[in-house]
Ligand binder design. Structure first.
Ligand SMILES: Nc1ncnc2c1ncn2[C@@H]1O[C@H](COP(=O)(O)OP(=O)(O)O)[C@@H](O)[C@H]1O
Ligand SMILES: CC(C)(COP(=O)(O)O)[C@@H](O)C(=O)NCCC(=O)O
Ligand SMILES: [K+]
Length: 249
């Protein structure tokens, strides 16, 4: 069985695949290494043979996690590493090693699935957009705060914006102008996110007309999917790229 991990700034997304990398035997989203071990502990008949992961965390945090996994399961743990070129995609960053590895893997996955030009939008702690032309050239991308960062900045830097998670969730049931603070903030931030998405689509159209695929991924992808009906929502896009970058030896 193969353990796959996507370690973002807020959450670790994990899943266990059957040994032939086919069927998904278990999966989860956790906020700590301990919770990861707990989640894995609940899987009956777990017998890991290989682990591959991608992390945008510090080398220390990633190192601690890989040691933990080696100790707990006695398996090889392979981390995705930066590359200038892979699977037909050319990293467009001036310093390719500085491009977030989650972005890189989502790009590899997206270009593979699209077999052509694509716009990859990832809605996590941060929101990222990446443009890959039909020849695999990465034109670059954009980074802006995601929903968690936007709302927390407002909650942290204003004195009178305070509300809980449940109220936040309920506030997004409609997008009419808010009549409470939580409605006004949550809807305002979501409209900013959707505005960002529309701008990315316009830019992609200016490059490629209608001849491109839009991918939405990341924990908050569902918040914007209705403004891009043509988009493919692929929650495991980073894992698609991870399998390409870290094949079973
Ligand atoms: N099942 C889920 N578990 C955790 N967060 C989720 C889930 N579904 C949606 N979210 C939302 O996704 C966002 C985090 O997205 P994610 O892609 O995990 O971020 P990151 O990769 O930066 O850790 C948060 O705003 C969170 O509320
Ligand atoms: C942009 C990111 C913070 C997104 O991380 P996430 O929201 O998925 O946790 C991450 O890809 C990152 O740290 N990138 C390095 C900087 C860059 O890509 O230019
Ligand atoms: K991510």
């Amino acid at each position: 069985m193969i353990l796959e991990l996507d370690c973002g700034n807020s959450f670790i997304k994990w899943r266990v695949l059957a040994a032939n990398a086919g069927q998904v035997l278990g999966e989860g989203v956790v906020d700590s290494n301990l919770a990861l071990l707990e989640g894995l502990g609940e899987l009956k008949g777990l017998a890991l043979t290989f682990c591959r992961l991608v992390s945008v965390r510090t080398a220390e945090e990633t190192g601690a996690l890989t040691s933990l996994l080696r100790d707990a399961f006695d398996v090889p743990v392979v981390c995705a590493t930066p590359a200038r070129k892979m699977s037909g995609v050319r990293n467009g960053y001036e310093e390719f090693e500085r491009l977030g590895l989650d972005r890189w893997l989502a790009m590899l996955g997206g270009f593979h699935l699209a077999s052509g030009a694509c716009l990859v939008l990832d809605f996590g702690t941060a929101v990222t957009a990446d443009f890959i032309a039909s020849d695999g050239e990465h034109l670059g991308g954009f980074i802006c705060p995601g929903m968690p960062l936007m709302r927390n900045q407002l909650r942290t830097h204003t004195r009178k914006i305070r509300y809980g998670d449940l109220a936040a969730e309920q506030a997004l049931e409609s997008l009419v102008p808010g009549r409470t603070t939580v409605e006004a903030v949550e809807r305002g931030c979501l409209l900013m996110l959707r505005g960002f998405v529309m701008t990315q689509l316009e830019l992609a159209r200016s490059y490629w007309g209608e001849d491109f695929v839009v991918f939405l991924t990341g924990g908050d992808a569902s918040l914007v999917s209705e403004v891009v009906p043509r988009a493919r929502v692929v929650p495991d896009l980073v894992f698609v790229g991870l399998a390409m970058a870290c094949p079973l030896s």
